[in-house]
Design a protein around this ligand. Structure first.
Ligand code: F6R
Length: 605
């Protein structure tokens, strides 16, 4: 999703801005640009290519200045094209970058056109640039405070004026923005990672904040225009975490980091205690009579998996809802429900809105499973469990998913305990199994060479089906999502029992059917579904367990996971599916870490 970096300094800020954009590349973008205050003029360079190309362009044009703003754009209004790329200018006086969506842009555009402003782009952003210019009274800070009152929708903006050389003004509402505090230099960015190596002194702006950034001054006012102090936090630079090391891609690195990520997520857990989720969790867990899980994408599939665990172990009914649907649906609120949001980034607009919607309906027991401790999601929820996956750069989520599952299993046990449904023996057995996870993951990763061989066959396909049953049905869904995201192969997942109710019509000799086949209570049922596929000539690619009796034969390819992992099996069975997608993408030559049209952090609805 779009990224912002802006700087005011006594040195040339171009390298800081470009480095910041590189660090934001992981969010996904289709164009980028930078604008600087140079010798009393605004100058910019924009590109529909990679930040590295923008850098070459900037060098060639010798662009350097003490004040500047930069942006990576993920197109919403207007195609990915240079004239739509940010920064946008208004009459060579105002330069502005923007993340988010302005809902009343049509109305404002008409008003500004009537006032004589000419529009060069199809973006909603250019509207804000002209609006700021139109209202400009020589004091950019005061002007922006006035201008944002006219905006409906979500925004994080950074803006500067040719008339005020050492000043950048920024504001946020509904899109994340942070301030980086330096010595005689100050910055804003859409996340702290953009400033890694530049400053670790970070202020997280709150909704409605407007900030005045000068060389020696960071001045913040809230939505009501009242001066506010926001805490400066030391955020450890992520620079080493974002190095690729020996890996070819971040996705590959992140798949292989899973044993460490799970170990970190479960570090120090010697017993099940509701308080692992925050103060007062025991009372909340005792009180609630149901769970409502809200999430998007891969995080939603983590939620679907958790439903099986929570209902079977804690015996609490669970609803799992796609956040973008729930937020607009007429549902029946239950104030005794525990609302659980799941999010890697903690900034997903739909999940945040769904949470607010639930709270607005009187559901006050909120908990999040999130990978970013400083995110809006964590701030908005009463209880939280922070997964320790570390920075996830690859757009396709891998280690975030398995650490979410580990945290959700922990939540299941804590809920069961609070309801008096977890004996000490059961607790000890579950803890032992969880402690074994990193080693178990390591042995699953060792299957990589076998999976590479399958990937060659997959790379030539344009369609694939994924099957699973019970708790492995969400794993099949996640496997299909991974494949389509990074290889662009059309993939669908079905609960295997559904096959004969429609999708079987798709099965021919050309159709690879990936089957998640752990040796659980449903294995015999699954074998019948596999027969249905074979009888139509479909090619089965089966991930079985060490102790299962599924054998390779004509049209049936089998890879066995080293153990049967029982209840924790989904955490292990997703890993070969991640590897299959990764190696198929490599064989097809797609951009693994930055798949087309996708963004890492989806901060617009
Ligand atoms: C898929 C993927 C997305 C995210 C979704 C939610 O690989 O990464 O489907 O899971 O956009 O994002 P978070 O978890 O940040 O709320």
């Amino acid at each position: 999703m779009c990224g912002i970096v802006a700087a005011v300094a006594q040195i040339n800020v171009t390298p800081i801005l470009l480095e910041g954009l590189k660090r934001l590349e992981y969010r996904g973008y289709d164009s980028c640009g930078v604008a600087l205050h140079i010798d009393g003029k605004l100058q910019r360079s924009r590109s529909t290519s990679r930040v590295a190309d923008l850098e070459a362009q900037v060098e060639k044009a010798h662009l350097s200045g003490f004040t500047g703003i930069a942006h990576t754009r993920w197109a919403t209004h207007g195609a990915p094209a240079t004239h739509n790329a940010h920064p946008h200018f208004s009459r060579d006086r105002i330069a502005l970058v923007h993340n988010g969506i302005i809902e009343n842009h049509d109305e404002l555009r008409a008003e500004l056109q009537a006032a004589g402003y000419h529009f060069e782009s199809q973006t909603d952003t250019e509207v804000i640039a002209h609006l700021v210019n139109h209202m400009y009274n020589g004091d950019l800070f005061a002007t922006v405070q006035q201008a944002v009152r006219r905006l409906t929708g979500a925004y994080a903006i950074a803006v500067f004026s040719v008339d005020e050389p050492h000043r950048v003004v920024a504001a946020r509402q509904g899109s994340p923005l942070i301030v980086g505090v330096g010595q005689g230099q100050n910055f804003v960015a859409s996340d702290a990672m953009a400033l890694a190596g530049t400053t670790d002194q970070i202020i997280y702006l709150e909704e409605g904040d407007v900030v005045d950034l000068q060389l020696q001054r960071v001045w913040i006012v809230d939505a009501a225009g009242k001066a506010v102090e926001r805490e400066v936090k030391t955020v450890h630079a992520y620079s080493s975490a974002v190095e690729l090391g020996p890996y070819q891609h971040y996705m590959q690195k992140e798949i292989f980091e899973q044993p460490r990520a799970i170990a970190d997520t479960l570090e120090g857990i010697t017993g099940i205690m509701p308080e692992l989720f925050g103060d007062g969790a025991f009372n909340v867990f005792k009180q609630i009579d149901s769970v409502l899980i809200l999430a998007c994408g891969t995080s939603y599939y983590a939620g679907l998996t958790a439903k099986y665990w929570i209902e079977s172990i804690a015996k609490i009914p669970v609803n799992v809802e796609i956040a973008s649907e729930y937020r607009y649906r007429d549902s029946v609120p239950n104030p005794n429900s525990l609302v659980v949001t799941i999010s890697q980034s903690g900034e997903t607009a739909d999940t945040l809105a769904a949470l607010k919607h639930a709270r607005g309906q009187g559901m006050q027991h909120t908990l999040t499973i999130c990978n970013v401790a400083t995110s809006a999601m964590v701030r908005e929820c009463a209880l939280a469990y922070i997964t320790r996956a570390g920075v996830e750069v690859g757009v396709a989520s891998t280690k975030a998913f398995t650490t979410q599952l580990a945290a959700l299993f922990l939540l299941t046990l804590a809920l069961a305990q609070s309801k008096g449904r977890l004996s000490e023996e059961q607790e000890a057995a579950h803890l032992k199994a969880m402690r074994h996870l990193p080693a178990a993951l390591q042995s699953v990763l060792a299957l990589e060479p076998h999976i590479v061989a399958w990937a060659e066959a997959f790379a030539r396909k344009e369609n694939a089906l994924f099957l699973g049953r019970g708790i492995h049905y969400p794993i099949a869904l996640e496997g299909a999502l991974k494949l389509k995201e990074i290889t662009y192969i059309h993939a669908e997942a079905y609960a295997a029992g559904e096959l004969k109710h429609g999708p079987l019509a798709l099965v021919t000799e050309e159709m690879p059917v990936v089957t998640v086949a752990p040796n659980d209570a449903l294995i015999e049922k699954l074998k019948s579904n596999m027969q249905e596929v074979r009888a139509r000539g479909g090619q089965l690619y089966v991930f079985a367990d060490a102790d299962s009796h599924i054998k390779s034969s004509e049209g049936v390819h089998v890879i066995r996971l080293p153990e049967n992992y029982g209840l924790l099996s989904p955490i292990l069975h997703v890993v070969p599916l991640q590897l299959l997608s990764y190696h198929t993408a490599l064989a097809r030559g797609t951009d693994v870490d930055k798949p087309r049209n996708l963004a890492k952090s989806v901060t617009v609805e």
